[in-house]
Ligand binder design. Structure first.
Ligand code: SER
Length: 560
């Protein structure tokens, strides 16, 4: 059975059991600053579990089913073995107060044994006296009633308790299905909400969240030894094999995995950068380049492999083909950028292994240096690297801050937050009122921000609401805030906003809010300081809008 049929079967099975099929959310989570990437199918449904949204108002029922694109990079060192991947698709069925353990277990059992004809090796249920959370004897009973011959193992909280994603959120005990010793299906009984202080509060509405990794399941269905032999990988591995002049299967697996993940990330609008998501993408691509070299693939082969991946997902994610030129350009650019320093970096590496120098001067991700060192049987000191990097970052921040002093009331945390909010407001005003808006003054205290700008008319309620909504969306998106120092001419070329009658030096600092300077939501000439991520700002609210002179309006706004 091919992967496409498995996805279709799964969706049809649950649709026939009163589930609404919901399309995969983007890999970049909307409105969830607790994680960088979508790591599980349940993530887009968090509001339904906590009662913030009502499932039956958005779906026809209280249940949903999806095939979700996911990224997890915490196990990046394991890639190359038989089961780990940085990108995977997760088949999941969900209930938000509809059904509970009995049905969830029955559905899973039926799907695995009848629809797919697979034989369950054993199942696991939660028991952990030390955790203070009651053992899940109910699930054990249900399994036993369904199949008295089934082997049931009891696992502790490390293995059979899931969530939350991020620091807080819904979570609960799990029951898991194993086939040939491999965990294929995780069924979570969301009955608690873990708060930031570490408490487990019972959820008002209990929820079901299940996740089954498609690639691992395919290994069983297609009777393969590992995920790279399934139809989702085989064509890529074959192509690498035919192009490689120095083939080894581990390197091929790493290239295939990392490239596929990079493709899906870029298609969801992530671009390589030095922060957050962009940095994870950069690391994957740079690691892929290095292993492509090990395989003696020719320069640029990664770009040639893009089409092979696109063809695999032709009917499922047609957007990969639509984005073909963007995918190729981003991958090509990152490869070229890395190659500018790779050879010199490798020479430096031979002289002596300093992961910090290799990172700052030659753009080697730390893991890469560690791998290169390990190949020579050497260790690198991660703690030392982190300390040096931390010092370096705070030094460059404070140097830059001294060089470009701006006019803030003080540098307290709250004033800094208002400062970043002012940049978001400035951009939102342009979006809503047009490019005719010009900043005429700004004043920030610990209580509020005040922003004066040119505009001929009183703002309507709709305009004010729209501005608030945009700013709050940018806050919720938890965008990174960074700066670059550029010559004044270069800085102007970036299109960053600045005041026309202000005297700037030959070098200016451009603060940008967003993943990279090119894709940033807001760009301004500014001395800083700013918060590191917009997510900390809270809720933005306009409290007053008035005229201060002919054609000049003033907005006062607060962060709540
Ligand atoms: N959230 C659980 C997991 O990711 C089940 O979907 O494994």
């Amino acid at each position: 059975m091919e992967s496409k049929e498995v996805r279709d079967k799964f969706l049809a099975f649950f649709k026939a059991r009163e589930h609404t099929a919901v399309p995969s959310a983007s890999l970049v989570p909307e409105n969830d600053p607790s994680v960088l990437f979508t790591t599980a199918g349940m993530q887009q449904f968090k509001p339904y579990y906590v009662g913030a949204k009502k499932a039956d108002q958005d779906f026809d029922s209280l249940n949903a089913v999806s095939v979700q694109k996911c990224v997890r990079t915490s196990d990046i060192d394991e890639i190359g073995d038989d089961t780990h991947l940085t990108f995977f698709e997760m088949l999941g069925n969900f209930s938000f107060g509809g059904y509970w353990k009995e049905e969830a277990i029955k559905y899973a059992y039926e799907f695995i044994t009848r629809e797919l004809g697979l034989i369950i090796d054993y199942v696991s249920v939660f028991r952990d006296e030390a955790s203070g959370i009651p053992a899940d004897t109910e699930s054990a009973d249900i399994w036993h009633r369904l199949d008295p011959t089934l082997k049931i193992k009891e696992h502790n909280k490390d293995d059979n308790f899931w969530g939350p994603t991020g620091e807080e959120g819904p979570c609960g005990p799990t029951t898991e299905i194993y086939i040939n010793g491999v965990e294929v299906w995780n069924i979570v009984f969301n009955e608690y909400y873990k708060s930031r202080d570490g408490n487990y509060e019972p959820l008002k509405t209990k929820g079901i969240d299940t996740g089954m990794g498609l690639e691992r399941l395919l290994v069983q269905i297609q009777n393969k030894n590992n995920v790279f032999e399934t139809d989702l990988f085989e064509p890529v591995i074959e192509q690498i094999k035919s192009l490689s002049k120095n083939y080894d299967s581990k390197s091929a697996r790493i290239v295939a995995d990392h490239l596929r993940t990079a493709i899906f990330m870029i298609a969801d609008s992530v671009t390589p950068s030095n922060t957050d998501r962009g940095y994870i993408l950069r690391r994957l691509l740079r690691r892929a380049v290095r292993f492509a070299d090990k395989l003696a693939l020719s320069v640029g082969s990664l770009t040639d492999l893009v089409e092979v991946v696109e063809n695999i997902y032709d009917q499922i994610y047609p957007e990969l083909k639509t984005e073909n030129s963007k995918l190729k350009t981003e991958i090509q650019n990152e490869e070229s950028k890395f190659r500018e320093t790779l050879a010199k970096g490798l020479k430096e590496f031979e002289k002596g292994i300093d992961p910090f120098i290799l990172f700052t001067t030659y753009g080697f991700p730390f893991e890469l240096t560690r791998e290169l060192a390990a190949e020579q049987g050497k260790n690198v000191d991660e703690a030392d690297f982190k300390t040096k990097l931390g010092d370096h970052q705070s030094r460059s921040r404070s140097n830059a801050e001294q060089k470009f002093t701006g006019g803030l009331a003080d540098h307290s945390e709250v004033v800094i937050k208002y400062h970043t909010a002012t940049h978001l407001l400035n951009q939102a005003l342009h979006e809503v009122l047009g490019e005719g808006v010009e900043q005429r003054g700004s004043n920030i205290t610990a209580e509020r921000l005040r922003f004066d700008f040119s505009h001929g008319a009183k703002l309507t309620d709709e305009e004010k609401q729209k501005i608030e909504q945009i700013v709050n969306e940018k806050i919720e998106a938890n965008l990174p805030v960074n700066f670059v120092i550029l010559s004044k001419v270069e800085a102007e070329k970036t299109g960053a906003r600045h005041l026309f009658d202000e005297k700037y030096g030959d070098e200016v600092k451009v603060y940008y809010i967003g993943e990279s300077l090119n894709t940033a939501y807001s760009k301004e000439f500014c001395g800083g300081p700013h918060v590191e991520h917009t997510g900390v700002l809270g809720t933005f609210k306009i409290i007053k809008e008035e005229a201060v002179a002919a054609g000049i309006r003033r907005i006062k706004a607060v962060l709540q």
